[in-house]
Design a binder for this molecule. Structure first.
Ligand code: ADP
Length: 493
């Protein structure tokens, strides 16, 4: 089977969130299972500077965009420690920018054009380099027009209509929605701009287009696959997803334990495993407290948060609780994230009000993310919705007990520490259902009360550390989904 990933992100080339982790690790796992896999990504500045060797292929192309021919070229690299080819679509006016999608809280205003170009370039890669492609695995709205082009345009060397597409939703809330005149940029006939295909409430919508045109659709956890078919989490597209329910699969993301392994993590002051974590984590905690300027108190529980500072992640629940817990001196908070400017202001304020209890780092730092995961006693992730979530899985492996809201992938990975689950050894964290600060506060209290019983706490930590959330099962499930995708080719649109 020959599969081409089309994604805006793939570690180590470009990453803003879980999409980058998945597209940087799943291809290697597929190759190990006999699937020939390649990737195509934009040549973002971040990608060109990531340190991987990148070379020209000599392949150049032009894409007609709104009456102009826009020139591009294809560069080539590989995923580290593998021979998985990575093709990079180079057009500096689109991609040589400080960020991938947005700066200072505002999307780049030519995002539609930038990603139309990328999507058209994916087809060029197939036509000129990978004519044997059988399936394009397109990820999120930024690759959402690839399934449309496969069904509507022709290639020089390849019959695109013979190639199947699987579209994976990593986050339904980010849809790529643009004013209707941007339809001109796509080069597609206006006949597709209708409520059953590419239009959504008067706008051009990349996500909806993908959901309609792809042969099969998947998302990143079984629970999220169910949730998005209902209005609470469907972001208005629940009807489209219900129509595709027979072709919709939920496959949990896996962890890349090559990258996230506390036993061999060069970012940590001391490595540890499920046997010796008590001493190892204590040293990681002390070192992080020191690094962040928090008092080095071994006995004070350290609550860590790593993630995008977005409404999705439940910061509206967390914000009122920080003063409540901090003023009691009950816990320390260490928060690493970037995102919405109002959360930057709010968290900075809290850090200056409670310097002994709250430390905030408003930056994107992979090294710090590793150190936070290792140093924490508790990891907070009370998301409003969570398609899969990777941080809770990293936390489990690093012995940091997750406190999560039971939604999407969090519900699929975290077993609440009820008396019953604690006594039979299945608990690996704490979770709550109702989206309120009170529910979160009482869940934190439950966790803190167990923390005061070291033996029970260590048992909980050890359970999480010994679990296997690797790609082993999930990569195999993708092979099955690819077979289902091929079986559906031609039955759509
Ligand atoms: P999402 O994709 O919604 O952002 P996930 O939990 O699936 O959430 O994945 C987030 C990924 O991004 C994790 O690998 C996490 O460590 C990383 N991450 C998020 N914010 C930061 C940050 N400020 N610094 C370093 N890594 C971060």
């Amino acid at each position: 089977m020959n599969v081409l990933f089309a994604s805006a992100e793939a570690v180590p080339f470009a990453k803003t969130g879980g999409l980058g982790d998945v597209c940087g690790s799943l291809p290697r796992e597929l190759v190990a299972r006999g699937v020939r896999t390649s990737l195509v990504i934009p040549a973002f500045r971040q990608a060109l500077n990531c340190g991987q060797p990148i070379e020209p292929t000599g392949i150049e192309f032009e894409v007609p965009i709104a009456g102009q021919q826009v020139h591009g070229r294809i560069l080539k690299s590989v995923l580290p420690d593998s021979d998985v080819p990575v093709y990079l679509v180079d057009q500096p006016s689109y991609y040589d920018r400080p960020e991938l999608y947005r700066e200072a809280g505002n999307d780049y205003n030519d995002n539609c054009e930038r990603f139309v170009f990328f999507n058209r370039a994916v087809l060029e890669v197939i036509d000129q380099i990978l004519p044997d492609t059988q399936i394009v695995h397109a990820h999120d709205w930024t690759a959402g027009l690839v399934p449309v082009y496969l069904k509507t345009i022709t290639g020089h060397n390849v019959a695109f209509g013979d190639i199947a597409s699987l579209f994976t939703i990593h986050n339904l809330a980010y849809q790529g929605s643009f004013w209707h005149w941007d339809m001109e940029l796509t080069g597609l006939d206006w006949k597709y701009f209708n409520w059953q295909q590419m239009e959504f409430y008067g706008k051009l919508n990349f996500m909806k287009s993908a959901l309609v045109f792809a042969d099969a659709v998947s998302t990143v956890s079984p629970t999220y696959a169910k949730e998005i078919q209902h209005s609470e989490h469907g972001c208005g597209l629940e009807g489209v997803l219900q129509d595709r329910s027979q072709d919709l699969f939920g496959v949990l993301n896996g962890c890349d334990y090559g990258e996230w392994n506390p036993e061999a993590d060069a970012f940590l002051p001391q490595q540890f495993n499920a046997e010796n974590f008590v001493a190892g984590k204590a040293e990681c905690k002390r070192a992080l407290q020191q690094e962040l300027g928090l008092p080095q108190k071994a006995e004070t529980p350290l609550v860590v948060i790593v993630g995008r500072l977005a409404d999705q992640k439940g910061f509206d629940l967390i914000a009122p609780l920080i003063p409540q817990f901090a003023s009691r001196g009950a816990v320390q908070f260490a928060i690493l994230g970037t995102g919405e400017p109002h959360y930057h202001a709010l968290l900075s304020d809290l850090a200056s009000k409670y310097p002994d209890q709250v430390a905030v780092r408003l930056e994107f730092s992979n090294a710090l993310a590793h150190r936070f995961e290792a140093a924490g006693d508790l990891f907070l992730m009370p998301s409003r919705y969570e398609p899969c979530g990777l941080n809770q899985m990293y936390s489990l492996r690093y012995g940091t007990v997750p406190i999560v809201r039971a939604t999407g992938g969090l519900a699929d990975t975290i077993t609440d520490g009820t008396d019953h689950a604690l006594s039979n050894g299945t608990a690996n964290g704490f979770s709550f259902v109702e989206y309120t600060s009170d529910a979160l506060a009482s869940t934190i209290e439950r966790a803190l009360s167990l923390y005061r019983s070291p033996d029970a706490w260590r048992r909980l930590v050890r359970t999480g550390m010994n679990q296997d959330w690797s790609w082993r099962t999930s990569a195999q499930q993708y092979v099955h989904v690819y077979e289902e995708t091929l079986a559906r080719l031609g039955s759509m649109v």
